[in-house]
Design a binder for this molecule. Structure first.
Ligand SMILES: [Ca+2]
Ligand SMILES: [Ca+2]
Length: 224
């Protein structure tokens, strides 16, 4: 120690401030390195925590659909089931939109042969249009897709090859084929197309069974 102080003494009083500055540089450089390492570790921890995780952004993006099931003491089969959803770009703007199928109320008990009806907006099927900023807006009424019956499933397909995806919606209480008019609205063309079916339908699929370039429709039915 004496030797060291001797050297500093020989360098004179001007060397002391230089020593302080050097110490300060070393200190802040070390702190910076340690801080950088800590930040890097935090980032890595966040990255690894985010990997494989999904975050519910429904409310934040404006998707506030809530499926409505009836709740009778009889626990009828339709009310024990969920319903379908379709992600498709109905307006060809390059962004996926969302269509939800919804239930309907049932009386308790429900007389045999009753056709369930959607009695109000909370039972409507819903179409959400994705806006340019990634949020969604409810365009159900404008699109005319409120629906009927106790909804079950949905199948998307451009059955008439006009470049716009159309919808086939199954329900207990009447299936519907909706033609996409290309202007944000849909028309019920079920009767004209002869695809109403009856009873209780569940799933459906569009597929070109015979390769003629026109989609064919497969509809699955459940119980009587
Ligand atoms: Ca779209
Ligand atoms: Ca079409």
């Amino acid at each position: 120690m004496k030797h060291s102080f001797g050297n500093w003494s020989q360098l004179g009083s001007a060397a002391f401030p230089v020593f302080i500055v050097l110490c300060a540089i070393v200190f802040f450089a070390s702190a910076s390195l340690i801080g950088g390492a800590e930040n890097s570790q935090k980032t890595n921890t966040l990255d690894s925590a985010a990997l494989g995780r999904f975050v519910d952004v429904s409310q934040r993006l404006g998707v506030n659909f809530q499926h409505q099931a009836s709740h009778t003491s009889k626990k009828y089969l339709p009310e024990t089931m969920g319903s379908g959803v379709a992600l498709f770009d109905y307006d060809n703007d390059g962004r996926l939109d969302i269509f939800f199928v919804n239930g309907a109320p049932l009386s308790d008990p429900t007389p045999k042969g009753t056709i369930p009806q959607k009695t109000g907006p909370k039972y409507w099927n819903r179409l959400y249009h994705q806006k340019a900023d990634g949020t969604f807006e409810d365009v159900t009424e404008k699109a005319g897709l409120q629906g009927t019956g106790y909804g079950m499933g949905v199948a998307v397909g451009d059955y008439d090859n006009d470049g716009y995806e159309d919808l086939y919606v199954t329900a207990y209480g009447g299936n519907k084929l909706y033609h996409n008019n290309g202007d944000g609205t849909f028309s019920d063309v079920t009767a004209k197309a002869g695809v109403g079916g009856s009873g209780w339908s569940t799933s459906a699929a569009w597929v070109d069974l015979d390769g003629d370039g026109f989609l064919d429709l497969v509809v699955l039915r459940y119980l009587e």
